[in-house]
Design a protein around this ligand. Structure first.
Ligand code: 6PG
Length: 461
């Protein structure tokens, strides 16, 4: 193909994700023009896939000029100011009907602003999950924004996406910034599951005394059942890896106990708090990462190893299963809360479907959510899941009780259990809160016998 021949799509940003998505497109039979200011990145794309004829001009206007019209451009640059800079550079070269899609982990507020500011072209925000390998062989993709733009990109995105038994793992996630909101929520659920599995590993090792191979075997056994999924699978693998510097010990034991975070988990919790949607599993996971970063404080006041506990592996499995279900359910509640507020038209069953392959939180459980979601109208998905949680409750409670009594760390699993206990308790703590509010601030309360009428008492004994 000569450089003058028009290309189906342009990819801006040829770092690992951009390059692999460009390669994925080329393998699907699409012709691609790629641009990156870094010459090595442009050469890297051409050399990564020698059988494909990528056009890699040295400036952005030349790349735009190479595209079939109306143009399709995928922007894969780090979230934040760089996205705005790329859009500013692109804008003078775009025409009516062109489609620009931001595939980074952008904050949804930014996506909302960028769509509003896009003059004469369609701007879409799209979450991409699956890491570098997923980008190459099939990610899960979560586009949102103008539907005409989605329709124009649809064949390309469907050809790139991972495929499960339920079709290609890409769908239009809704209007405005819904795509990035859905991806943010995906990452919040991801934080929850990762933390729960971290707690399970700690309990296996410290409380049950399992060695790394036995812990890995147990995790693999779980992976065959309802807990089956990508994160369970990689955790089982991680447990078995030996330290290349000293093969006699597990590499995991040499990892500094401080968790990184780029921000999507925190954004999820902030968004949930703003909407009044409880996501305690995800919040506990974000807090656990934050607490981990106070390493020197923790080292200074550490109180030593906690004792072993009596706990059956089945009880632990049930606690992990219930907590992971809670992380998903809270994520889906957040999507409903956002949709009720913003009217983006998010179809949660479709979201569950496109998470069944390609993404980091892919798991068997998502098929269960696909089954429940169409008929679950209420604000709390847990209410439609009593049959799922009931058989797990005894093991869940025993695990949290035994772990907490001995001081073992179970922040996400215990937050999940408390969420469930609160959801299933008719009369909880709110009575006392209402009385306190009324006593100090005349905020009134409502009687059980007449819930419509606010009343006041001076609450003096
Ligand atoms: C994905 C991942 C991806 C990335 C996270 C890591 O879906 O492919 O979620 O987006 O690995 O952003 O996030 P933290 O650095 O916050 O853990």
């Amino acid at each position: 193909m000569s450089d003058e021949a028009k290309r189906d799509i342009g990819v801006v940003g040829l770092g690992v994700m951009g390059r692999n998505l460009a390669r994925n497109l080329a393998r699907g039979g699409y012709s691609v023009a790629g641009y990156d200011p870094n010459e090595e990145a442009r050469t890297g794309l051409r050399e990564s896939e020698p059988d494909h004829d990528f056009a890699t001009p040295a400036d952005l206007p030349s790349m735009v000029a190479l595209l079939e019209r109306p143009r399709r451009i995928l922007v894969m640059v780090p979230a934040g100011k760089i996205v705005d800079a790329v859009l500013k550079d692109l804008e003078p070269h775009l025409d009516e009907g062109d489609v620009v899609i931001d595939g980074g982990n952008s904050l949804w507020h930014d996506t909302m602003r960028r769509e509003r500011d896009a003059k004469g072209y369609h701007f879409l925000g799209m979450g991409v999950s699956g890491g570098a390998q997923g980008a190459l062989i099939g990610p899960s993709m979560m586009p949102g924004g103008p539907k005409e733009g989605w329709e124009r990109l649809r064949p390309l995105l469907e050809s790139m996406a991972a495929t499960s038994d339920h079709g290609p793992c890409v769908t239009w996630c809704g209007k405005g910034p819904a795509g990035h909101f859905v991806k943010m929520t995906h990452n919040g659920i991801e934080y929850g599951i990762m933390q729960i599995l971290g707690e399970a590993v700690l309990l296996m090792k410290r409380a049950l005394g399992l060695g790394p191979d036995d812990a890995s075997a147990l995790m693999n056994e779980w992976n065959e059942g309802p807990l089956g999924g990508y994160l369970t699978e990689i955790t089982a693998d991680i447990l078995k890896v030996r330290d290349p510097e000293d093969e006699s010990r597990p590499l995991l034991d040499q990892v500094l106990d401080v968790a990184g975070q780029k921000g999507t988990g925190r954004w999820t919790v902030l968004g949930a708090v703003e909407l009044g949607v409880p996501v305690p599993t995800i919040a506990a996971a974000v807090d656990a990462r934050a607490l981990s970063s106070f390493k020197s404080v923790r080292v200074g006041i550490a109180t030593g190893e906690r004792p072993a506990i009596e706990l059956s592996t089945n009880d632990l499995r049930d606690a992990v299963t219930a907590s992971v279900l809670a992380s998903y359910a809270q994520g889906f509640d957040l999507l409903k809360g956002a949709d009720d507020e913003h009217h983006w038209a998010i179809d949660r069953k479709e979201v569950a479907r496109i998470w069944t392959a390609g993404c980091i939180i892919r798991s068997k459980m998502l098929e269960r959510f696909m089954a429940i979601l169409p008929s679950a109208e209420g604000p709390m998905l847990g209410a439609a899941m009593t049959d799922d949680f009931a058989p797990l409750l005894s093991g869940w409670r025993k695990t949290i009780a035994a772990a907490s009594a001995a001081g073992h760390l179970v922040p996400a699993m215990s937050a999940s259990l408390t969420w469930w206990e609160q959801l299933t308790t008719e009369v909880g703590t709110a009575r006392v809160i209402q009385a306190q509010r009324d006593r100090f601030g005349h905020h009134t309360f409502r009687r059980v016998s007449d819930p419509e009428t606010p009343v006041h008492d001076d609450w003096q004994p």
